[in-house]
Design a protein around this ligand. Structure first.
Ligand code: NAD
Length: 484
């Protein structure tokens, strides 16, 4: 990709960002500059919000079947550009082509579900709630919604929000991560081909100033956020302060509990994918692997063998099985946690530091890293590392493992590996996290279910995509009618 400058898309037009602050966009695999993103000011963000507000009355009155047809067309256009999206995503996010294919596919699936909006958005009605009196509950769109997105899924996370927001008849402003702006440049080129009425979808590149403009604008009715927990909390409280609907998804520390009766080969494959996929930069990534009872030694050996065999490489090389960290800052943070783990007494049985990747000498690579003999009080077992590092903890039994999980302030996802229905049921019943896997490495709800955690991993009540997103993006209007 030649060096490019990210633009805003406002009211159906591409516009240069006038903001004076700017940031280079790097290819994490090579450290090369692939482009620049200028950070929009509050005034520029307000223009996008104004365009969305002006587009709302006409868009809301567009029949749901017509809005559904835009979704069908969007799905077709996204399929046509599938490989281009995959390539840009891998280039700017450092994830392998296989991982990018997975995320683009998950994003398209949200569009597919929202193609059924005419059925999904139907309300309720009843005759004769009293003599001669009927009652109807319509779902109505609310106005302007915005989404603020993280770096780690540059295509998928924005597509968690844009399709349901506009399919339900709202208009939309997207603020992608300034670290990975180019996946959304292409997505909005595709949206431009849809010929939506101007202002229905808008794109604002930027950082804090753009986000604060969204939060403080009286013309934004609701905000979706995905990112780190401190920012998620801020978005939640600011949105509430300014009277907005909000769904705010934060960070994670996911437990993977392995019972003595687990199928070892299947479990090890799932754990390797979970902990090292996307170089550990997934909110559903396994982080604390709890070996229960006597499974520890066998599990450790097989994990070690499989982790050593992973090919770490340049994201766009089809043979790479694990890519790079997003930035030098992320690289430094993960190194810091590895040093901390050693200091706190954990046993580093696989050290990914200093890995050599041909062609990636200036990239941000850390290879698969495994700590053994980790205890739940260690910092590496408590904080989100967000890198290719996982901890093995030893628990005497299921109850001890659950007591550790209970104490964790994060509750995004958790998985049990077992052959026992009893333990699987018990785990599902008691897990504080709301995304639960049974013999699944990444327990990601698909687009027809809703996505989101609990505790410090989620602030709000209605979660992303699935039927909850229809609730989030609509209000119920209950009309009681008598005709004289
Ligand atoms: P981040 O919180 O740094 O940034 C996310 C977004 O918030 C970006 O668009 C950024 O511009 C904006 N932002 C950052 N600081 C801000 C501030 N002070 N004020 C206003 N806006 C601000 O997160 P990230 O590093 O891009 O993403 C990684 C994090 O996202 C991890 O913690 C990961 O667990 C989390 N995540 C969670 C989920 C989930 O479903 N719960 C999914 C993906 C990622």
């Amino acid at each position: 990709m030649e060096t490019k400058i990210a633009k805003n898309y406002i009211n159906g037009e591409w516009v240069d960002v006038a903001g004076k602050e700017s940031q280079k966009v790097l290819n994490p695999s090579t450290g090369e500059i692939i482009g620049t993103v200028n950070l929009s000011t509050a005034a520029e963000t307000d223009k996008a919000i104004a365009a969305a507000k002006a587009a709302f009355p006409e868009w809301r009155a567009t029949p749901p079947v017509t809005r559904a047809r835009y979704m069908f067309k969007l799905k077709t256009l996204l399929e046509e550009r599938f490989n281009d999206l995959v390539k840009i995503c891998s280039m700017e996010a450092g994830k392998t082509l296989e991982e990018s294919r997975g995320e683009v596919r998950r994003g398209i699936e949200v569009v597919e579900v929202m193609s059924g909006i005419a059925s999904l958005m139907k309300g309720q009605a009843m005759e004769d709630i009293a003599a001669g009196l009927d009652c109807m509950a319509y779902r109505q769109p609310i106005g302007v919604f915005a989404a603020v997105c993280p770096f780690n899924f540059p295509v998928m996370v924005p597509l968690w929000f844009l399709p349901p927001a506009i399919a339900t008849g709202n208009t939309f402003v997207l603020k992608p991560s300034e670290t990975v702006p180019f996946s959304m440049q292409l997505t909005y080129e595709i949206l431009d081909e849809l010929n939506l009425p101007p202002g229905v979808v808008n794109l604002v590149n930027g950082g804090k100033d753009a986000v604060n403009a969204i939060l403080q604008s009286p013309d934004v009715n609701g905000v979706s956020f995905v990112g780190s927990t401190p920012v998620a909390k801020y978005i939640y409280s600011e949105s509430a302060k300014y009277g907005k609907r909000v769904q705010s998804l934060g960070g994670a520390k996911n437990f993977m509990l392995v019972m003595p009766d687990a199928n070892l080969a299947g479990t090890a494959n799932a754990l390797i994918g979970s902990c090292f996929g996307c170089a550990g930069q997934r909110c559903l990534a396994g982080s604390n692997v709890v070996a229960v009872g006597d499974v520890h030694d066998k599990l450790r050996d097989v994990l070690l063998e499989k982790a050593k065999a992973l090919k770490v490489g340049i994201a766009t090389d089809p043979s790479s099985q694990m890519g790079a960290l997003i930035s030098k800052k992320a690289y430094d943070r993960v190194n810091h946690y590895i040093e901390l783990g050693i200091k706190e007494g954990a046993k580093l049985i696989l050290d990914g530091r200093g890995i050599k990747v041909p062609g990636g000498e200036n990239g941000f690579f850390i290879g698969p890293t495994i700590f053994d003999d980790v205890t739940p009080d260690m910092t590496i077992a408590k904080e989100e590392i967000f890198g290719p590092v996982f901890n093995i903890l030893r628990a005497e039994d299921f109850e001890q493992a659950m007591s550790w999980i209970d104490k964790c302030p994060f509750a995004n996802a958790g998985t049990i590996f077992t052959a026992s229905g009893k333990w699987a049921r018990e785990f599902g019943y008691r897990l504080p996290a709301t995304m639960c896997g049974i013999n699944i490495g990444i327990a990601a709800p698909m687009s027809f279910f809703s996505f989101g955690g609990a505790r410090n991993s989620f602030f709000g009540d209605l979660k992303a995509h699935g039927s909850e997103s229809i609730d989030f993006y609509t209000d119920r209007k209950v009309i009681s009618a008598r005709w004289f």
